[in-house]
Design a protein around this ligand. Structure first.
Ligand code: RAM
Length: 344
């Protein structure tokens, strides 16, 4: 169901998204967001992922669309082909000009899009980050998929178990500036040092959430470190590319691979023994929760202050925590015994 998209397909998706926005604006919502805390009925909410063509964000957007259809707003998705630090700026500027009610963005960099987001907010647009945050002073809320310590711990515990608690490991990350991956990597390093002194992290490389780059970086890691026992890839793009490389190489079953992946992308590699277990949360729920949070901000039900509560449809009621963060839940571990139960 979620196949890797070609760049042409990604661009076609972009064109459709732009058309959707145009339709949303023509539908005549009442201008931009409240700006005065009084609330607005402009439920045009546009999702801006790190990049297009990533099944993880296809799934988060499908959850967002479900939510926005429920409350009869206007869903759209736009985004760059590449997950570079400032690639999202021009999209944010366009959305500000269009006067959407809210932008929901997964940031490629904590700082690079801040000015554009604050201009949007000055114009009355609500800004919700999800998945990968900006600095807190450039958004109203951050919808966090799971506690960062928990995400770091599950991946380190998995690799430690898979390599027998000692030896060399490497990390294949997303882009070098990604807020979420960098936070998790810091915490993984701390946890490795305190709990697994016999495991050595020899290198961290960056596949830029690009399939081919991630594939090539995997090959290079294995060549550079002949004693490598395992790879952690805390990105759905990276782990799928690394699995594809390992599955037809001499390292299959010898070099362990874990991290954060989608069940649909990794199913064949769990079945062929390249991967034994990995983790993630439900990206559809993340998109769904983000959409409801945006609605609550637009309508003036919440401002993003700690203790604010809002209704998130089928997920129930959520409370805003410190620093404007809303937590979705816990990461989940997938393996051969349960992967058949999931379809995303
Ligand atoms: C990729 C992206 C995303 C991250 C997941 C785990 O899809 O980098 O930001 O949350 O992996």
């Amino acid at each position: 169901m979620f196949h890797k998209k070609s760049r042409a397909a990604a661009l076609a998706a972009l064109a459709v998204s732009v058309a959707l926005i145009a339709t949303g604006c023509a539908a005549g919502d009442s201008g931009s967001g409240s700006g005065d805390g009084g609330g607005s009925d402009n439920l045009a909410i546009t999702f801006l992922p790190k990049n297009l063509g990533n099944p993880y964000f296809d799934t988060s957007s499908s959850g967002a669309k479900e939510a926005i259809d429920e409350f009869k707003g206007t869903f759209a998705e736009v985004g760059p082909a590449e997950a570079t630090p400032d690639a999202q700026v021009s999209y944010i500027n366009t959305l500000t000009q269009q006067g959407v009610g809210a932008i929901a963005v997964s940031a490629n960099d904590p700082e690079a899009i801040c000015d554009a987001l604050n201009e949007a907010r000055d114009a009355g647009v609500k800004v919700v980050t999800f998945d990968s945050d900006t600095n807190p002073d450039c958004r109203d809320l951050f919808i966090n998929q799971a506690d960062a310590e928990g995400i770091a711990k599950v991946q380190v515990d998995l690799i430690a178990d898979q390599i027998g608690g000692s030896g060399e490991i490497a990390i294949l990350s997303a882009s070098a500036n990604a807020t979420n991956q960098n936070a998790w990597i810091d915490l993984m390093e701390t946890y490795l040092a305190s709990d697994y002194p016999d495991i050595t992290l020899v290198e961290t490389v960056y596949g830029d959430d690009d399939d081919q780059t991630s594939f090539d970086k995997t090959a290079a890691l294995l060549q550079t470190h002949p004693d490598l026992k395992g790879i952690i890839s805390p990105t759905t793009v990276g782990i799928a590319a690394a699995a594809r490389y390992l599955s037809t190489s001499e390292y299959k079953g010898k070099v362990a691979l874990t991290g954060l992946g989608t069940p649909n992308q990794l199913r064949e590699y769990v079945e062929d023994g390249t991967i034994t277990a990995f983790a993630l949360w439900n990206p559809a729920d993340l998109g769904y929760l983000t959409a409801y949070a945006a609605k609550a901000l637009i309508e003036g039900d919440i401002t993003g202050a700690e203790g604010d509560t809002f209704d998130a449809g089928k997920l129930g009621e959520y409370t805003v925590g410190a620093d404007g963060v809303v937590l979705l839940g816990d990461p989940f571990e997938f393996n051969a015994d349960n992967i058949a139960d999931f379809d995303f």
